[in-house]
Design a protein around this ligand. Structure first.
Ligand SMILES: Cc1ncc(COP(=O)(O)O)c(C=O)c1O
Length: 398
């Protein structure tokens, strides 16, 4: 269980180094041990019965209920997110779907931002709908009064994702959380973009979701999710649901995530600076209409970012001028040598991907022209800009 490790609040960078290491089971080594296993031997039948009653207490009962490696990562993430406790699951997507299953039952209603991560939307449309759970997609930049109008007596969950990971709309999290709570709904937030830079619980969120796959893993070799709650009873609900689905993760992946945490801050700050440098270069180009990077002063949602965030990760969008042809934009991306074409983000390598943003129910995506998403890795930003400059010669006007 996450316990304060200093009487004075530690800087978040220090917490990344310390969190999850205060476990005597680490046997004196710097890092928590990697423990693989299914069966845990108990000293007696009575001890086994007793341990079974402590399923919520980090008791060592069975591999699917956690190993010291899982518990170390859960403690660390809970502390970094500023929450009470955390449940590790097998992917970022599972970290979105498990809490939805924990709070919604047949007949309930859920509010989702129209900018939500595609597979989360798919879960609502393909699975929740089959359980007679209704989803309304709301404009992500909705104001709290309009959100209240969309709430029904059966609305149990207001889901937030800020910014949207393709179209980068910033949400006014504290205001929306207040409106949701006033009507008795839980606030679940996908905080993957805000990792280390946004404290969800200080802004009214009940359940924070992290795809640890991204910057925490940091090397594009781990799939992992974390669900952290503000309140202990919410954590029990989430953990009970995760256990009921047999949801956990490999201890090897937890161990890699623990290792990733220790260098997260240097990678993130470095990638933030490089990302901003590339984003500013893109913003200066005549072919570009808007750069959707919340930390840029002219970007949509900048005021919210400035108010609530300590920094920005290196994932952002670019909207080209409407006269740039979509075909020439994809040719430009194909021609990039230092950017991979691939989903995901948060690794050490730069990526580029066309953005569609077409699946919308409430408002259209804020894309006047063809658009792309960039993730900036740990390469030298001048090299990345030179690569872009060369590929930009392929952009054509209609
Ligand atoms: C915002 C967001 N949330 C959740 C996920 C899911 O993470 P995972 O790939 O680990 O399932 C992603 C993956 O791209 C994402 O971008």
């Amino acid at each position: 269980m996450a316990a304060p490790i200093s009487p004075r609040p530690l800087h978040p960078d220090t917490r990344l180094v310390q969190a999850g290491r205060a476990d005597p089971r680490a046997l004196g080594f710097v890092n928590p041990a990697l423990v693989r296993g299914s069966t845990v031997l108990q000293p007696s039948c009575e001890a086994r019965l007793e341990s079974g009653k402590r399923r919520l207490d980090q008791a060592l009962i069975y591999g699917l209920l956690g190993t010291p490696t899982h518990f170390a990562l859960e403690d660390a993430v809970a502390e970094i997110e500023g929450g009470t406790r955390c449940q590790i699951v097998s992917s970022g997507l599972a970290a979105c779907t498990i809490p939805l299953m924990a709070y919604l039952k047949s007949g309930d209603h859920c509010l989702m931002p129209d900018s939500v991560y595609g597979p989360t939307r798919h879960f609502c449309d393909a699975v929740l709908s089959g359980l007679r759970i209704t989803t309304t997609y709301y404009p992500p930049t909705i104001d709290p009064a309009a959100l209240t109008l969309l709430m029904r007596p059966t609305t149990r969950v207001v889901f937030l994702e800020s910014p949207g990971s393709h179209t980068f709309e910033m949400q006014d999290v504290p205001a929306l959380a207040l409106a949701a709570h006033a009507r008795g709904a839980k606030v679940l937030m996908d905080n993957t973009w805000g990792i280390h830079f946004f404290q969800p619980f200080a802004h009214g969120v009940d359940v924070s979701i992290q795809a640890l796959t991204k910057y925490v893993g940091g090397h594009s070799d781990v799939l992992l999710g974390a669900i952290t709650t503000a309140a202990a009873d919410d954590w029990e609900r989430v953990r009970t649901t995760a256990m009921a689905f047999g949801q956990y993760a490999s201890p090897d992946d937890c161990w890699l995530a623990l290792r990733g945490l220790r260098t997260l801050s240097v990678r993130l700050y470095h990638q933030m600076e490089s990302g901003l440098r590339v984003a500013r270069w893109l913003a200066s180009r005549p072919e570009v209409e808007t750069v959707l990077h919340p930390a840029l002063p002219d970007a949509p949602g900048h005021a919210i970012w400035q108010r609530d965030y300590r920094g920005a990760c290196s994932l952002f969008g670019v909207v080209f001028r409407p006269e740039i042809t979509p075909l020439s934009m994809t040719a430009m991306i194909d021609a990039l040598k230092l950017f991979g074409i691939g989903a995901s983000w948060g690794g050490y390598e730069s990526l580029a991907l066309p953005t569609t943003g077409t699946i919308r129910r409430s408002v259209s995506a804020p894309l006047a022209g063809p658009a792309a998403r960039f993730h900036i890795g740990l390469e030298d930003p001048a090299d990345l800009i030179a690569d872009l400059e060369r590929a930009f010669t392929l952009l054509r006007r209609a």
